[in-house]
Design a protein around this ligand. Structure first.
Ligand SMILES: [Zn+2]
Length: 149
């Protein structure tokens, strides 16, 4: 088994607000991130697919196809968008790095037909990322299968 990773970058705006809290409580918990005018990040997403290389191509999956999937599911959906207002998949959720990463996992996992989505890392900045990994993300309520150690 081998893992192959592709990156995609996108820029989005967001702010943090829990509608059940007062403005003061939001400011206390979220600090500057609670400013309702929002602020931007240049996100970097790493997508890792695990599998066996195809003997004909030497590749776990068609990387052109993976690039298209990432552009369609992530780039077109999130780049130059305001995550609080323009992304239906995040409606009702605070667009933290963690919630965005989980949303992206849910979008990508069913689209990867060759190999298996193994890990995604979403960097909000060079020193902060959220990560989803196959063994700890239950998709569609089923537990991911485990191979021999
Ligand atoms: Zn932020």
């Amino acid at each position: 088994m081998v893992r192959i990773t592709r990156k995609i970058e996108f820029s989005s705006a967001h702010f943090y607000n829990n509608p059940n809290w007062s403005a003061e409580e939001n400011r206390r918990v979220f600090g500057k991130c609670a400013n309702i005018h929002g602020h931007g990040h240049n996100y970097v997403l790493e997508v890792t697919v695990a599998g066996e290389p195809d003997p004909e191509t030497g590749m776990v999956l068609d990387l052109k196809e993976l690039k298209k999937i990432l552009q369609r599911e992530v780039g077109d959906r999130l780049d130059h968008r305001h995550l609080n207002y323009e992304v239906p998949e995040l409606a009702g959720k605070i667009p933290t790095c963690e919630n965005i990463a989980m949303m992206i996992w849910g979008l990508l996992e069913p689209k990867i037909k060759q190999g298996k989505l193994d890990r995604i890392r979403l960097y909000e900045s060079p020193d902060l990322f959220a990560e989803c990994v196959a063994d700890s993300v239950a998709s569609n309520g089923r537990q991911p299968s485990r191979g021999p150690a």
